[in-house]
Design a protein around this ligand. Structure first.
Ligand SMILES: Nc1ncnc2c1ncn2[C@@H]1O[C@H](COP(=O)(O)OP(=O)(O)O)[C@@H](O)[C@H]1O
Ligand SMILES: [Mg+2]
Length: 391
């Protein structure tokens, strides 16, 4: 009898770890807070770059499974560094340098060089950076989004379906960049002023949306239809769609430095500090709302062809209906601080397990991990997404 013909519970434990440890290059843009910014860029220009401490934590997590790691800055020297270092795989969290699809730059380079890497591929990273494009795709799939309009020049006539108050943000930034108390505008004059400020300061279109006045949530996922085959924790994944949904996190900005908005300033404050938002995980909401939010998160992820990991931000409108705001295909991974890490910790998933899961899911797409042949029992049966997993 071959091993795979044994009933699942009698099979020997599956060895995911390769015989030979990998050399894993962590690719990121790190902020040097001591370096003065050029005078012509916004004060929050580096907000979504990582701190070196985060890179160190990711490296340490990967090394717990016996791999070697190296940090390669994702700058213009990266093509040469890759050629010299020859990593087996890259753990990519690079935000990229300028342009209209900076988060897709490193994935595009790695595909050109045929080097395996983690997280989403080129297209999804480009789309998710562009909030307008993302919303157009979601709207096409009948997913709920607030009415919106993109301003490229600044003097475009406002569409009649957009009623004040409105919310104005850069179309292609992250980490709350360009988002502060003045993002909420109440009159045509305020709208024009803010739109022009965004276009000129951030040198990109301004996205104008109906202001969503309700509660704010974010929810991450990992996995894909065959995740259990390559996972160190196959029991995490839903047997129907293959994803693991993290518990929903509520961001309570009512007492933050920017009341009602999860701004760049409030995001930069350590969890629990004065002026930081409240992080409530799992969110204290009815199970039906949890289920609805998690279903939207799966559909939002699939609609833009994101792979393996993402985190989607959602707000309720005045009627209490959830509206998708944006999706992060490179969600922050700073332990005890980034939303995804808070969500994982809330259900007892260690930081090491989270990082290694992303690594092995990525590696499996490049044939680097031997698949399990039989699903271990039981895989999670949430009946689609009927309950908040592991709650
Ligand atoms: N239409 C909106 N209505 C109300 N608040 C919004 C709206 N869009 C964004 N925000 C607020 O701004 C924050 C940042 O916006 P988001 O689209 O998530 O961009 P990013 O996190 O990439 O900077 C959100 O977390 C939310 O607090
Ligand atoms: Mg966001």
């Amino acid at each position: 009898m071959s091993e795979s013909a044994l009933p699942a519970e009698e099979q020997p434990p599956h060895r995911l770890k390769p015989e030979k440890p990998w050399l894993v290059a962590v690719l990121a843009n790190v902020k040097d807070e001591k370096m003065p910014l050029p005078p012509d860029v916004a004060a929050d220009a580096l907000a979504d770059y990582d701190r070196i401490e985060t890179i160190d934590c990711i490296r340490a997590a990967i090394e717990t499974d016996g791999h070697k790691t190296v940090f390669l800055p994702a700058d213009r020297e990266l093509p040469y560094a890759l050629r010299e270092v020859k990593p087996d795989i890259c753990f990519n969290i690079a935000e990229g340098l300028g342009g209209d699809a900076r988060e897709a730059q490193v994935p595009a380079l790695l595909e050109l060089l045929r080097i395996p890497y983690t997280h989403s591929r080129v297209m999804a990273n480009a789309i998710s950076l562009d909030k307008t494009l993302t919303k157009r795709i979601w709207r096409d799939r009948r997913l709920p989004v607030a009415p919106f309009q993109e301003f490229i020049v600044g003097d475009e006539p406002l569409r009649p379906e957009l009623r004040f108050p409105l919310f104005v943000k850069p179309a292609r930034e992250g980490t709350g960049m360009g988002v502060d108390a003045k993002a909420i505008v109440d009159s045509p004059a305020e709208l024009r002023e803010r739109v022009n400020y965004i276009i000129h300061t951030y040198r990109q279109p301004a996205l104008v949306e109906s202001f969503l006045s309700g509660r704010e949530f974010t929810c991450g996922l990992i996995g894909r239809w065959d995740a259990w085959k390559y996972s160190r924790h196959p029991e995490w994944y839903d047997e129907k769609h293959g994803y693991h949904l993290f518990p929903v996190l509520e961001l309570d900005s009512s007492r933050s430095v920017t009341p009602g908005i999860y701004s760049q300033e409030s995001k930069s404050k350590p969890v629990g500090e004065e002026g930081a938002p409240g992080y409530i995980c799992p969110a204290d909401i009815p199970p039906e709302l949890t289920r609805k939010l998690q279903q939207l998160v799966v559909r939002a992820h699939m609609a833009i062809k994101a792979i393996d990991v993402s985190r989607t931000d959602i707000r309720l409108n005045a009627e209490g209906e959830p509206m998708l705001m944006e999706i992060n295909t490179l969600p922050g991974l700073t332990p005890h601080y980034s939303d995804l890490c808070i969500e994982a910790a809330a259900e007892g998933i260690s930081y090491e397990d989270l990082i290694l899961e992303i690594l092995y899911l990525g590696a499996s797409r490049w044939g680097m991990v031997a698949p399990r042949e039989t699903p271990p029992r039981p895989l999670k049966r949430t009946g689609g997404l009927k309950s908040n997993p592991r709650r």
